[in-house]
Design a protein around this ligand. Structure first.
Ligand code: GLN
Length: 468
């Protein structure tokens, strides 16, 4: 299912007819648990309005009437935003996230809010108060996280497009696990206003789909400076489809040797190398590069992300937004009991770790050091881009993990993000697409682009998609 097919159906039938089929499909695929909330009435109203505009020859854009799913950490006025947490179980957003608002202004019909790891913490989508998400590609495997519901909404063909957020791989890991395509734009490219913050210096909104072109279409409408997010970039939003349809000949693809080393499953490595050889055959130039500081990316990410999370999550205190413990007898009880009952174990772990690295002398030993490493990693990437046009790496160290991994082998679940987090630390754009299969499971390839050069990134991935 892709955008142009949906478009055709809207033109030949109606947005309402297309939407009815989305709801049917959501029912048929309920076992995957991709949605937390389905916005039936709201979506129906919007689809009817889209049909009216079309009948009057006044369609707003190619997204007019197109059903889109949104991760449940993005606010939509009047709709629940739970972040897959018990603590926000009944929270109804008082306003709409800018990214969603922009898509709705282009006519998109938001069909529902997708399941995720609680507060976007996780890589398996098993840490959800609303139950884990199942991978439609292989039901005994995790779909990846934290935007697992959005990836599955696309992979199980309920929608052609879904929004996700990516702090340390949360769009790219689920894309790799489900054989879909996911983009994390440059930090600052999409407004974070109305997106519940996990780690504010790393969080970025992006999208998942079944092909590269559709990502360009959605970015065209979602980006742009937002006065409500002072980290959003003032650069004019590009024409993201600019490089689609071009070939890959002459492109210099940097292969970081640190990403093809120990830690990468040798069989997945073979699949990736076969895919890269196909690109080489079409005229791309493969070049080994080095990112010397990247070996510290994972530790640095864990420190920074958890530090920011512990601060961001302190607002959920039983007073504002959240459910309050019924047992609480005084103010201290309200805080501690509401948080104790409301947060899941992964969120609690992150809050403890984050407070730890920010307290007393640990602040200098951990947090400040991690920030220095972050700077070094960003410098590594800019040096690398002086000798190559784009970087290609594995998306994950291995195949999608078996269900239950978060409990049976927490570390290996966390390590799914090994090749993802460096990109967030450096603020760069990256895209994951399927490049082959192993034992019937998808293997993802990650493309990393230069800052704010998503058009180039999409162009290369589009060429690769045709070749693969
Ligand atoms: N899995 C990573 C984490 O739990 C990344 C999550 C994300 O990108 N939101 O921190």
């Amino acid at each position: 299912m892709n955008l142009s097919e949906v478009r055709k159906e809207i033109e030949s039938e109606s947005a309402v007819a297309v939407l009815e089929r989305v709801f049917e499909r959501i029912e048929e695929t309920k076992e995957f648990n991709a949605y937390i909330t389905v916005c039936r009435e709201r979506a129906l109203e919007h689809a009817q309005a889209a049909d009216k505009r079309r009948e009057n020859g006044k369609s707003l854009s190619i997204l007019d009437g197109v059903p889109i799913a949104v991760k449940d950490n993005m606010c939509i006025e009047g709709v629940k935003t739970t972040c897959a947490s018990k603590i926000l179980e009944n929270f109804v957003s008082p306003y709409t996230a800018t990214a969603v608002e922009k898509l709705e202004a282009a006519g998109a019909v938001i069909v529902g809010k997708t399941n995720m790891d609680e507060f976007a913490m996780g890589a398996s989508n098993e840490n959800s108060y609303f139950g884990r998400v199942i991978n439609p590609v292989a039901k005994d495997r995790v779909p990846g996280g934290s935007s697992g519901g959005s990836a599955v909404a696309v992979a199980s063909k309920t929608v052609a497009l879904a929004l996700g957020s990516d702090t340390g791989g949360s769009i790219r890991i689920p894309a790799a696990c489900t054989g879909t395509v996911g983009i994390k734009p440059t930090y600052g490219r999409v407004s974070r206003y109305g997106v519940v913050a996990y780690a504010s210096s790393l969080d970025q909104v992006g999208a998942l789909s079944n092909n590269v072109k559709d990502l360009a279409s959605v970015l065209d409408f979602m980006c742009g400076q937002d006065p409500k997010d002072n980290t959003s970039s003032s650069l004019p939003a590009a024409n993201f489809g600019e490089h689609l349809g071009k070939d890959i000949k002459g492109k210099i693809i940097g292969l970081p040797k640190e990403y093809y080393a120990e830690g990468l499953d040798p069989k997945c490595k073979e699949v990736i190398e076969t895919a890269l050889a196909k690109l080489e055959k079409e005229g791309a130039l493969l070049k080994e590069i080095s990112l010397p500081s990247i070996r510290y990316a994972f530790e640095s990410y864990c420190i920074i992300a958890n530090a920011e999370a512990s601060s961001n999550l302190s607002r959920f205190d039983g007073i504002c937004y959240t459910r309050r413990s019924k047992e609480a007898k005084n103010l201290t009880d309200i805080y501690s009991m509401s948080r104790g009952e409301g947060f899941g174990s992964e969120a609690k772990l992150r809050i403890l770790l984050g407070n730890y690295v920010l307290s007393g002398d640990f602040f200098n030993d951990y947090y400040v050091q991690a920030q220095k490493v972050r700077r070094m990693i960003a410098e590594d990437f800019s040096k690398a881009f002086s000798v190559c046009d784009i970087i290609a790496s594995p998306a994950m160290p291995g195949l999608p993990k078996p269900l239950g991994i978060s409990e049976s082998d927490h570390l290996s679940m966390v390590l799914s993000d090994l090749y993802a987090v460096g990109v967030n630390l450096a603020g760069l754009p990256a895209l994951v697409q399927p490049c082959g299969k192993l034992d019937g499971l998808p293997v993802g390839l990650q493309w990393i682009g230069k800052s704010f050069e998503e058009s180039e990134l999409l162009g290369v991935a589009d060429a690769a998609e045709r070749i693969f």
